[in-house]
Design a protein around this ligand. Structure first.
Ligand code: ADP
Ligand code: MG
Length: 240
């Protein structure tokens, strides 16, 4: 029995010969909060895409919740509890905020009555702080509200693991704190979280462990204070 909910080994991904990821190993413990950082273009989103099945890695294997999911399609990974947000939220603009949650919810829980789905969606909207806006269009939402909706859509899959890809970019300090509080609540409810983020204050506050990817290679993995003191990490950030 391993305590890892997620285990990626030797993940390599090339785009037309360009190595976006080179043999990246990564493990997430059950209940853990990990920050993934690295300069722009270092391969963070590509890694998320490989883990969630949007991209097929050229090499490597992935285990999730004690199952080998290396060849499992993205939709089935999601249904088994591996959820992610997208860097650029794209809600269904023609639907209400509530319907935006109901779509992935129906997909995750299968055939349930409209009332059951609606109630479950309301619970999620309350959880992310959009309960009052359920019947509105997402078109009127602010940036921070759009990020909350994006998190709500990920939560609809009832995830065991949540991968949050830059959910705080462009937000004010207090809005960042709101999202952090939300992520911490979800983590306290048992969801393991991988946070990909540029805002170092948030990463340091949130993470129990930090992983650094530079030019597709993992260069550090450890306690936040230790990792941030590593010369190679400092150099990568100064060079940005
Ligand atoms: P990050 O999320 O760390 O900013 P990405 O994973 O988005 O970085 O990108 C890593 C590198 O891979 C970049 O050089 C990017 O241009 C390249 N890349 C990402 N996705 C693709 C793709 N679908 N096709 C070709 N190149 C890609
Ligand atoms: Mg990215």
């Amino acid at each position: 029995m391993t305590a890892n909910i997620l285990d990626a080994t030797g993940i390599t991904k090339r785009f037309d010969g360009f190595a976006a990821l080179t043999s990246v190993d990564f493990a997430l413990l059950k209940g853990e909060r990990v920050g993934l950082i690295g300069p722009n273009g270092s391969g963070k989103s590509t890694f998320v895409n490989c883990i969630t099945g949007i991209l097929a890695p050229d090499e490597g294997s992935i285990t999730f919740d004690a199952n080998d999911i290396t060849k499992t399609p993205a939709w089935l990974r999601a249904r088994r509890g591996l959820a992610r947000t997208y860097q650029i939220p794209r809600p269904f603009r023609g639907m209400t905020i509530q319907e935006n949650i109901e779509v992935p919810l129906r997909f995750a829980v299968g055939h349930k009555s409209a009332r059951v789905i609606s109630e479950a969606a309301q619970v999620i909207l309350d959880e992310v702080g959009l309960g009052e806006k359920a019947d509105l269009s997402p078109k009127g939402l602010t940036q921070v509200e759009l990020r909350k909706l994006e998190l709500g859509r990920a939560l609809a899959a009832r995830p065991k693991v949540l991968i949050a890809d830059e959910v705080m970019a462009g937000l004010s300090e207090s809005e960042v704190d709101e999202i952090l509080a939300l992520l911490n609540r979800l983590n306290a409810e048992g969801i393991s979280i991988l946070l990909i983020e540029h805002i170092m204050r948030a990463v340091m506050l949130f993470s129990q462990r930090i992983v650094v990817i530079v030019a597709g290679c993992k260069i550090a993995d450890g306690l936040p204070d230790d990792v941030m003191q590593q010369e190679e990490v400092e150099r990568a950030y100064l060079g940005e």
